[in-house]
Design a protein around this ligand. Sequence first.
Ligand SMILES: Cc1ncc(COP(=O)(O)O)c(C=O)c1O
Length: 332
Amino acid sequence: MMDASIKDGKYAADISSIREAHARISSFVHKTPVITSESINAMCNRSLYFKCECFQKGGAFKFRGACNAIHSLDDAQAAKGVVTHSSGNHAAALSLAAKLRGIPAYIVIPKNAPKCKVDNVIRYGGQVIWSEVTMKSREDTASKVLQETGAALIHPYNDKRIISGQGTISVELLEQAPQIDTIIAPISGGGLISGVALAAKSLNPKIRVLAAEPRGANDAAQSKAAGRIITLPETNTIADGLRASLGELTWPVVRDLVDDIIVVDDADIMEAMRLCYEILKVAVEPSGAIGLAAVRSESFRNNPAWRDCNHIGIILSGGNVDLGVLWDSYRK
Ligand SMILES: Cc1ncc(COP(=O)(O)O)c(C=O)c1O
């Protein structure tokens, strides 16, 4: 059975584009493991299934979308390379995917980007082009590179190829743990949750898909409440991957297919990270640990709508942690 509203092709991606992406990228990406912990299950009073995208190449799920986008280019376009403006995991993932295809990746990075993320881009062979911190400077610099090189712009989330690539997580997860009745994933620009929701709800229309968002960057929760995209003048959260705003391709999916957005405090994200390290023995970055924080939050536990969510897939979306910053935060 398939939800007609998804089949209509009304959203940027669909189960066909996600299955095509899966076939295109599966020889390049890791099929990441799903792990469980009796101790964490006892603590949460539910069965949790952790999809370890922190073990994905490049250390985050972003490699799936980047790989799908790069391998969708024809040879002539690919030879000119790819460009993006991002300081985060997408930049590193695009650099790595480009390197594996043997093409250049031009990465526009604002001057205030965290050092470990810049190091990742350089490690994977991306060519760093510095911009000022403002979005305008980032976009202007990227379009200059685009004009000079003819490279293809690959947006971090507002792109069908990216959303389809991220959706492959659900295809794998529901094969690995078909009993899952709920999936929780972080939300920022919404590429991840859009792909995850489109695939999961096509495969199992009854499944619930929840997004987790930090309180200091809760634009998606505000957007859902307002019924339109809300952008915030500034954000404040330790989850450095979750500060972007929704795009016009991701918003309709978030609006229609994401059942709820659970907003959590940074202190709870830190605690969830600690549990990942201490109990699961898995290195997860703050943005990646937020799903576990959401399942432990009072707003989730006390909401009668989620009482029968018994088998929950949690996407540990990334593991690129700057240990210096992390230790400083725990010392505070
Ligand atoms: C580790 C991690 N998790 C989640 C996200 C959110 O992804 P999206 O922007 O597709 O919502 C990001 C985005 O950079 C990320 O780096």
